[in-house]
Design a protein around this ligand. Structure first.
Ligand code: SF4
Length: 355
């Protein structure tokens, strides 16, 4: 496994970030936080998908006063996202949230930041200092008025120093931009210059699949360098898709296991079964399975059996039929119409008898 850079450990509710803990998957609701039922329903769907920590926007007093009711009905730690108004952070802390995400640079007077830090310290609630390229303080912008990686990292570290001077070190840092190279560079700087756990994300990454790709590239580079202790994939989509994408990124680097990995061939002129239909049906049927299996769907016998053999369970197409492999052994040959059923029988059998 790719080793993580040494970081201090911060505990958010029941979840540890940094300190050698597995990279934590988080997401953010896109419901109106004031609507407790809708928000809880969405968090439940995120929990089902494997989300380990959830952030909600707290734009006003009514949203802040809904946080206790939300927290009471969910299992995973709740993070309050605060901008500008320090009173919302104080109220969120009084409501019992597990972490506050804010940018001290947009809170205004420093004594207000002190109040937030003091209350968080009293309650033992960690703070994420989240700096975004879009809201960087004006004096840190380049001569052209643009954000830079150095300014992003510098701003996050400067604020962390000030919070430390107030006697509080339960800090997670993030430096995000929609620009992938800038985000990579800013986080390399943060990793070099501090030992705070790092929250990674490409902000406003956009619609899938482009947003997923941009996130995978940015986060993938950093994670491969051992940088990053928690990730959020920001998509213009149902947040459940963020969680699915986050796990795919972590699984592809073998940093987390989360359910099966489906391998399927792109198909070509040699294809002998309907790989697209079969792979889609298998993908649907394996949702919710929590066992880390490798499942292969291959279109023909040229590369098919080789790949399928390396999987725990696999199928390689022949003319109107498919050969089912299990741990490298051919177990049966079935008609194409019955392939999905047969493959899923093998998957279920393998889950109940792993050896
Ligand atoms: S497994 Fe067969 S059908 Fe699929 S891409 Fe490879 S050669 Fe083509």
């Amino acid at each position: 496994m790719i080793p993580r850079r040494e970081r201090r450990s911060v505990t958010v509710g029941s979840v540890r970030i940094g300190g050698g803990a597995p990279v934590v998957v988080q997401s953010m609701t896109n419901t109106d936080t004031r609507d407790v039922d809708m928000t809880v329903e969405q968090v439940h769907r995120l929990e089902m998908a494997g989300c380990e920590m959830v952030r909600v926007a707290v734009p006003d007093h009514q949203a802040a006063s809904s946080l206790y009711a939300i927290k009471e009905r969910i299992q995973i730690p709740l993070v309050a996202d605060i901008h500008f108004d320090y009173r919302l952070a104080l109220e969120a802390l009084d409501q019992g949230v597990d972490k506050i995400r804010f940018n001290p640079g947009n809170i205004g007077k420093w004594n207000r930041v002190e109040e937030i830090v003091g209350r968080a310290k009293e309650r033992g609630v960690p703070l994420r200092i989240g700096v975004n390229a879009g809201s960087l303080e004006k004096h840190l912008l380049s001569e052209d008025g643009l954000p830079t990686a150095g300014a992003l990292a510098g701003s996050a570290l400067h604020h962390a120093d000030l919070v430390e001077e107030m006697g509080y070190g339960e800090i997670v840092l993030s430096a995000k931009a929609s620009d992938v190279p800038m985000t990579i560079e800013a986080n390399r700087l943060l990793a070099e210059r501090s030992d705070y756990p790092l929250h990674l994300g490409i902000t406003e990454a956009g619609l899938p699949p482009a947003g997923v790709i941009r996130s995978a590239v940015g986060l993938g580079v950093l994670l491969e360098e051992g940088i990053g202790d928690t990730i959020r994939v920001s998509l213009t989509a149902d947040p459940v898709e963020e969680v699915v994408a986050a796990y795919e990124i972590l699984k592809s680097l073998e940093l987390r296991q989360h359910g099966p990995i489906l391998i399927s061939c792109p198909t070509c002129g040699r294809v002998q079964i309907d790989v697209l239909r079969i792979a889609r049906q298998v993908q649907e049927r394996i949702q919710g399975i929590d066992v880390p299996l490798r499942i292969a769907v291959m279109g023909c016998v040229v590369n098919g059996p080789g790949e399928a053999r390396q999987a725990d369970v696999g199928v390689a197409g022949g003319r109107g039929v498919g050969v089912i492999f299990r741990k490298g052994e051919v177990v049966r040959k079935v008609k194409e119409a019955h392939l999905v059923e047969a493959l899923m029988d093998e998957v279920e059998e393998m889950i109940s008898n792993p050896d």
